[in-house]
Design a binder for this molecule. Structure first.
Ligand SMILES: Cc1ncc(COP(=O)(O)O)c(C=O)c1O
Length: 451
């Protein structure tokens, strides 16, 4: 018996979609009861490629990159957006980021290696990390990266020595902990100095270290960086952080007599994981940061620097979904209904880590209302292994294809092969065509490094 078809809505462009608001990838739609993304039937795709499967809407991905570039260039022409590749990394997403004119934030030698493998222009690469190894620093400097973001005074010595050995001068930013900590809805100013990242402002440590950076050879200080957190809904936190940073820049100018070229405000813009979440748009984020930089530069009488931002989640999270097949079910009366899927904490650790929320639908029943509350549990040997905790779903049956939305960021890059689970393949969909951009891991891959 078919349930009433009441959860659907018609979009302005004529597509029929589920009522899931900003959670949906741009091209999601419902046709004949099936979920389509990029013009591709998710049910057919799951059967062809197997599950678990990561799927990315290429139009959505490119559109967000374009929005970042355009919004920032319009609001503040001297600006660049860096893709924070920790959110989702494979060769294809870096090729697309390059084509879309993004700069790139890499953290660690592996991310840099991937950027080099696709010929990403090194002058557009910024290197992060709170404990970059000697080897990683050497690789970065040798490759000619645009900026190294210094995290400690210890690192300063290493960069200076390595660059000197190579006869180079490395441009650097200093990562500052601005004492503004943001969460999704409010900002708080307590406890946020307690961070392993960057130069603390406590007791003017960061300010005094500027002198050290200016005094060592083979290093050119061109600016400052901060990153106040992730999944931020309260835009005023960014305004607050810009004020702290610009005031710092003004003091540096007065004491050390240098003009700062770059002000890098990091990433952090929040996204919708659930239907009731209403994050700020990329445009609003651009307007807020651009206005703040102009306002505080005028207030503290410093020249306006180049503005940089490093979005990760807000570029890729909603472009990506994960498909699973329902394998088992278990109902505990008055407690919970478990729906067992063929993945879990190995492909999405966020729920087990911090009870992340997600929306899910059954792709082969996409036109039916979500009438049940279920827990989508994984197949791993941990009781906390779940992808959705007590979420709405259509009435499930064995063999159904479940689609979990908003899994494009920090799922694949944080994946594991726990319980010997091969990592899912990654498929990009667009204009009715699907292409595998990262193949599924095999059992042989899992053992490839074993002697
Ligand atoms: C230095 C830095 N930049 C950018 C990002 C990306 O943040 P988000 O994905 O929240 O935009 C992070 C995330 O941890 C970060 O540490």
């Amino acid at each position: 018996m078919s349930l009433p078809k009441s959860d659907l809505t018609k979009q302005a462009d004529g597509r029929v979609t589920m009522q899931l608001g900003a959670v949906l990838p741009k091209t999601a739609e419902v046709r004949d009861g099936h979920l389509f993304i990029g013009g591709v039937d998710m049910v057919d795709l799951a059967h062809e490629q197997g599950t678990a499967l990561y799927v990315f809407d290429e139009v959505d991905l490119r559109d967000r990159m374009e929005q970042y570039r355009e919004a920032f260039h319009e609001c503040y022409p001297n600006s660049e957006a860096l893709y924070a590749s920790k959110a989702f990394l494979n060769k294809e997403v870096l090729r697309i980021a390059n084509e879309e004119g993004m700069f790139l934030d890499v953290s660690g030698g592996g991310e840099l290696a991937c950027a080099r493998a696709v010929g990403f222009p090194m002058e557009r690469v910024f290197v992060h990390g709170n404990n970059k190894t000697e080897h990683e620093l050497r690789e970065a400097i040798e490759a000619g990266v645009g900026r190294i973001v210094l995290d400690t005074r210890i690192e300063l010595g290493r960069v200076s020595r390595i660059a000197g050995e190579m006869g180079k001068t490395q441009k650097v930013l200093m990562r500052i902990t601005p004492g503004v900590e943001a969460d999704t809805h409010e900002y708080i100013k307590t406890g946020c100095e307690d961070s392993k990242f960057g130069f603390t402002m406590l007791e003017d440590f960061a300010f005094n270290c500027v002198g050290d950076v200016l005094n060592v050879p083979n290093v050119e200080l061109v600016g400052f960086h901060c990153h106040i957190g992730s999944q931020i809904f309260a835009l005023h936190s960014f305004d607050e952080a810009v004020q702290v940073m610009v005031e710092f820049v003004a003091r540096v100018r007065e004491r050390y007599g240098i003009e700062v070229e770059d002000l890098d405000m990091g990433g952090g813009l929040g996204i919708a994981y659930t239907v009731d979440e209403n994050p700020s748009s990329i445009r609003e984020f651009a307007e807020c940061t651009a206005n703040a930089v102009r306002k505080y530069c005028a207030q503290y009488s410093v020249p306006e620097p180049r503005l940089l931002v490093e979005p990760g989640r807000s570029l890729v999270a909603n472009a990506g979904v994960t498909l699973y097949t329902v394998g088992v079910m278990k109902t505990l009366p008055n407690i919970r209904k478990y729906v067992g899927i063929d993945g879990g904490m190995s492909d999405n650790i966020r729920t087990a880590l911090y009870h992340a929320d997600y929306e899910a639908v059954i792709a082969n029943k996409a036109d039916e209302p979500r009438v049940e509350i279920v827990t989508l549990c994984g197949k791993h040997c941990e009781s906390g292994d779940a992808v959705v905790l007590d979420g709405s779903l259509q009435h499930p049956d064995l063999g159904d294809i479940v689609c979990v939305f908003g899994t494009g960021a920090y799922c694949y890059t944080m994946s594991s092969s726990y319980n010997g689970q091969p990592r899912p393949a990654i498929v990009f969909v667009r204009d009715g065509a699907a292409r595998v951009v990262t193949r599924r891991e095999t059992y042989e891959d899992l053992m490839a490094r074993d002697i």
